[in-house]
Design a protein around this ligand. Sequence first.
Ligand code: ADP
Length: 496
Amino acid sequence: MKNSPQAVQVLVVDDEQDIRDGSERILSRMGCSVFKAGRGEEGLDILSREAVDIVLLDLKMPGMDGMEVLSRIQSGDQQILVIVITGFATVETAIEAMKQGAYDFIPKPFEPDQLRIVINRAREKIRLTREAEELIRERKRTLADLGAEKSRIHTIIESLPSGLVVTNTEGEVVLMNPSFRRRLGLASNRKPGEPISAYVDNAEFCSLVKGISSGRIADSGEVQTCEFSLSDEKYLMARGRPVLGEGKECLGAVINLVDISAIKVLDRLKSEFVAKVSHELRSPLSTIHEQLALVIKDMTEDESQQDQYILSRAKEKTQGLISLIGDLLDLSRIEAGNAGQQPRPVQVEKLLSSIVDFIGARAQAKQQSLVFNPPSIPLPPVTADPVALESIFGNLITNAINYTQEGGEIRVQVKRTDDRLCITVSDNGFGIESKHLENIFKRFYRVKNEKTRFITGTGLGLPIVKGLLDEWGGSIRVESTVGKGSVFTVYLPLEE
Ligand code: ADP
């Protein structure tokens, strides 16, 4: 880069020594470096060696005249501002020089101020030119960086092992990688540009993509997921997030697609194994349980209390194992999508009433009040498997009894809200700390504390409840406060 605008280099080409020296004095005081030449050839020679910014050029000189020097300067590739120095008599020549590309002119003789004004104007022009050049260089650099970044991102996307698809707000595909095409069995030269449904034949997946793309499914910070299968053997898991603009507006969606077929197969094998083992264990355990019951019944008063105690404990333990096996078999059935009977219309208030009657004895044993207030007007029936519903509410009410102190209260209610029934099982028992709430629906998860330590259970009740509700299109919510109690709310869809 040349010197800064304040320190420009000026060449004075004039055959008059006074003009050369006078100009040098003024220009040096302005902070310019000055070269001097008495003849045109000498001036050109200096220009070939030095990075000169401004030439003060006398037009009338012996030998090579100013116009010739000007035209030589113009034909070179240096960007030099030429200011011609001209006597009054040669104003026309000055105009001619301007036409040939001279930047400005100064009449001879000139006052120091006149020279300063002309030079300052030229310096300003140089400053602006340099700034513009710097901006152009900067832009080129940025464009080159962007180009490199784009190519890097393109390579990353192309080589990702998982499928990636990007859509616009209309749900049309704007980008997809080879892995996405492979996972969906699309031709390797299949181009983006069509709606997502043209590439993936699955309603649930397409509705997720369209929902995220249009901003209907807002970005809650959580990744939206959806599992779907394209054939019996192939299972895919999609995870999607919206792409947000600067103003947080939705610009489309990015969906990541992973093949989970192997995990599904393993999961099925595991469930089948658990179901098989459970099934094999159930009969012998039931036999042991019944035989223990018989032995205990036949024990006489004289037999030692110790023996009676040991056998009763053994009977309790086998009962625990039988419940565990029952729960495992239920879970296996739900996972296999084989939850039970065909759905049929069920009057939920009647079903709740009979469950409460059936379980009531347990609450009585703990001096608890178990209350069910049926609604005053009959509710519309839900279409569901009654056995599944019994299992759902049986589990929730049993939990309420188990995790509520003696003398506590358990309340069961049902009401209609819009297009669904809302059933609540509330208790004023131990309550659940909020950190456990998201886990209690996971298999084998049990809250362990001073209050629950002695309560037996499998940790499979709530996963069964959740599994059955998912199966029948219902849902469950829980609110709880430690020391105050819990409210489990079940939503069941009503037929339109
Ligand atoms: P289990 O009752 O066999 O342990 P669940 O899956 O039914 O298994 O329940 C999981 C855990 O959730 C329980 O161990 C208990 O800590 C907690 N829980 C469930 N229902 C209630 C309730 N009504 N009040 C307090 N805690 C509860």
